[in-house]
Design a protein around this ligand. Structure first.
Ligand code: SF4
Length: 151
């Protein structure tokens, strides 16, 4: 395996016992971090998950998020499934907790971007140009207020 801790990218080699459960030796690292990395990759591989979450009423339709710490690699797809079902309301600030305890790992998912509320704009009913409101036949002057969402 290649060590990804620094740009040097040392090629690491691990020798395992026959059953593949215990590490006998690790070679190829140029610093102790490489040995730690290889041990972790074999015993408990983890990754920081980066994704996007849908936003309602924001100036953008999604907010970027990431797990506050690396989560077990084998849970990444489950985590993506959970995150893809979430929709949150704007405004959102960087560092806001989006999920408290992702898949029971105790690790939160936090926002990595700011999302403002979409600006409010007053629109006239569609047929106002013809001088009529949709429900009455007079010029009732009713207006609609909508939030301009990004989607
Ligand atoms: S073993 Fe040390 S020097 Fe080599 S890539 Fe990993 S962190 Fe960098």
């Amino acid at each position: 395996m290649i060590c990804i801790i620094c740009p040097l990218g040392c090629e690491l080699e691990a020798e395992m016992e026959k059953e593949g459960k215990e590490i006998i030796s690790i070679k190829g690292f140029k610093c102790p971090k490489g040995k730690e990395y290889a041990t972790r990759e074999i015993t408990d591989p983890r990754r920081v998950l980066m994704a996007v979450v849908k936003v309602k009423g924001g100036h953008l339709p999604v907010v970027s998020v990431k797990t506050a710490k690396p989560i077990p690699k084998h849970r990444l797809f489950d985590a993506v499934r959970v995150i893809s079902k979430i929709e949150i309301k704007a405004p959102i600030k960087t560092g806001d907790v989006i999920v408290n305890n992702l898949l029971g790992t105790g690790i939160p998912v936090i926002a990595t971007n700011n999302i403002r509320k979409a600006p409010m704009r007053i629109l006239l009913p569609r047929n106002t140009r013809e001088g009529k409101h949709e429900k009455c036949s007079e010029r009732c002057g009713i207006i609609r207020i909508i939030r301009l969402s990004a989607y």
